[in-house]
Design a binder for this molecule. Sequence first.
Ligand code: FAD
Length: 368
Amino acid sequence: MRKKYDYLIVGSGLFGSVFAHEATLRGKKCLVLERRDHVGGNIYCEEIEGVTVHRYGAHIFHTANRRVWKYVNDLAEFNRFTNSPIANYKGEIYNMPFNMNTFSKLWGVVTPDEAREKIEAQRGVVTGEPKNLEEQAIRLVGTDIYAKLIKGYTEKQWGRPCTELPAFIIKRLPVRYTYDNNYFNDPYQGIPVNGYNEIIDKLLDGIEVRTDVDYLANRAAYDALAEKVVYTGTIDSYFDYKCGELEYRSLRFETEVLDTPNYQGVAVVNYTDRETPYTRIIEHKHFAFGQQEKTVITREYPAVWQQGMEAYYPVNNEKNSALYQQYKALADAEPNVIFGGRLAEYKYYDMDKVIEAALSAVEKEFAE
Ligand code: FAD
């Protein structure tokens, strides 16, 4: 006898919601389970004082994929927001990513050749294979940028001195010899005018969703309801941690309403000194060019991840990558379960990439 649902979708983030939507369009019956008290995973937004607040950290949509850009624009209207963050080093303000505006402020240089000369001279301080993150960063961008814009921020993020961090954490550092403060290179970028919830709500429109439900707490009962499972939770928890626990980095967010219309003049400020305990302040209204009387800011603090906390970034070192491969082998052998998204694939995924991955999974699943 066929079960009540074709697909049980565990997790209502972008991966689960895109899959559920596409499967429903193909005539399949889906049930979405979500552990949190809201849908949308990490792109969830809430309204505070009329300002759309990104509850799980600043989310800026950017992509080079026209198909994905069209896909999201069919679901929501996007504004012209361009991410141009500022770095604050002990009160000195620098443009990001590292570009001619940054170099001009640092050294008074005017032309790209002058800037290149400065960086080249400083990079030479490290010879041979970089032994740690400090050497790697200096090798890439020289001593001044490292000292003012990389060292403190990175040490706060990882809770360890850069000399004790492996070089592989930083593979490339974008250096731009133009006066261009646009953080991303992608041709398409913006923020949904009505926030990200509209995208998720449209994807899940007409689909049965149950929030505050942990699939793993009652797995057998839920499996009995559906022919197949799409699982977007952590892969190690799915297998009851039988090979060991994967590690993550976490974040703590402190959100405050301020009685001023404009606190920092830009959406994102990175605090790159070691002493300021937070890494960034987000002023949410600037994502939408908001004119509200008050403003809402969120301070972002790096946090050591422990079981039970939100898992934000995978720690892709050798130990965790090897462990993930063991779980991946188990997942590949699991009948009738599709594993997808950032937690099930133990991978940092931007939003566009996770949509791309979900659409690929759909194509594979429904290939004739
Ligand atoms: P998630 O959104 O995490 O969804 C998974 C869902 O599954 C969650 O809602 C979870 O509660 C649920 N779940 C897990 N286990 C269970 C269970 N057992 N039972 C029921 N439900 C379960 N991307 C960009 O493109 N631009 C950005 O600027 C950007 N900024 C980011 C900032 C931060 C701080 C972080 C962490 C990520 C950022 N991203 C950004 C990435 C973006 O958040 C992800 O691409 C996207 O959220 C991934 O969607 P997902 O469906 O894979 O995972």
